[in-house]
Design a protein around this ligand. Sequence first.
Ligand SMILES: Cc1ncc(COP(=O)(O)O)c(C=O)c1O
Length: 414
Amino acid sequence: MKSLKQQTILDLVAKYATPLYVYDINIIKTKYELLKQYIPKQFKIFYALKANPNPSVCAFIHSLGAGAEIASSGELCIALKSGFLGSEIIYNGPGKTDDDIAYAIENKIHLLNVESMDELYRINTIAEQAQCLMKICVRINPLCGAAQAKMHTGGDSQKFGVDEEKVDGLIEAALKLDWVTLSGIHIYVGSQILSHKVLLTSIENTLNIACKLAKQYQLKLETINLGGGLGVPYTDSEQEFNVEEFGSGLAELIAKISNCYDLSETELILEPGRFLVSDAGILLTKVLSVKESRGKKYAIVDSGINHAFLPFRMNKKYSTVIANKIDQPIDSKVIIGGALCTSMDVFTTEVELPHIEPNDIICIFNAGAYGFSASLLYFLSAPMPAEVIIDNDGQDILVRRRGRKEDFLLGTDF
Ligand SMILES: Cc1ncc(COP(=O)(O)O)c(C=O)c1O
């Protein structure tokens, strides 16, 4: 998104005010096409909605040909409203309520991931009540994870899935039930993996586990879900994820595993979130005041970790510029602090910026994934930012109006 022109950014701020999220769908398209170009044709891409569930973003990704990966009834509702058919949706997540499961079954989604024995029996019971046979995948927490992943969801002790060493019990139980059919397995070991080699090692492990279980239980593997996790560079020192090498690595792995199990009839799933949408998004926020405290300079802005938790979560010198001073020389180091009453609320540790003053517009890059969606949106009851997309023709379209003060009374008697 660094290519967005300074004048365009300032025009958007003049039109929509701050704080403002802007998503360029052309970048999402480039990322999607990059994946389609290099990964083997047999793979299907299911977009992980949690990265950015704005319905217009989701509808666009659907128009590119992706399915949806969801993890709640809310996300299922958004996916359906954005145009995904039930048959194009898979449901993961360790905490599904009976209502979530019933809603998913009612909408005839493609696959439900099972993450525990309790859940398996609940799905079977609810499927029976609906008189609808449900296809399931077992989510496995493998013995071997990906230590390099920024956020771990596999390999050690986890709330996700069933430990590899205990999966036999769950498979044996699933095979005896009447209202679920076991379609395959799912393993997702973590997010923000920048090295394609690390991800390939984890995927090879997944394929080996799938193959071993298929042999052991005479399973026909209809599906192997290899998760998401493809990373994006957040700082200048980090490298882009190498999609080309990743794609050829995947082809080699499929060929290698075919000695043990022929995968030509198996649906192979990737469920990227961050990789598709991160770089497409920026957050624009206005400087309210500038001050010094004991040798450090602070710029306080009209946004914060309530609108963008990610920069804080990544704990880095987050890529940031003053949008109205892009060509000006560096003046000093500044900490960009949000408006919340917590010392956690800083976007960046000290970053070098041109001379900074009130009304300057700070642009936070790489905000398209886990920006709006993974933030503390209710903290301090500050109205939610507006969201705008830049469409194929370069036109800006408001796709979520700015929140109102009154929104925070929603659901109360006031
Ligand atoms: C099950 C599952 N799949 C896919 C994703 C998307 O991961 P990423 O955005 O790192 O690609 C997540 C993220 O938490 C997830 O939990």
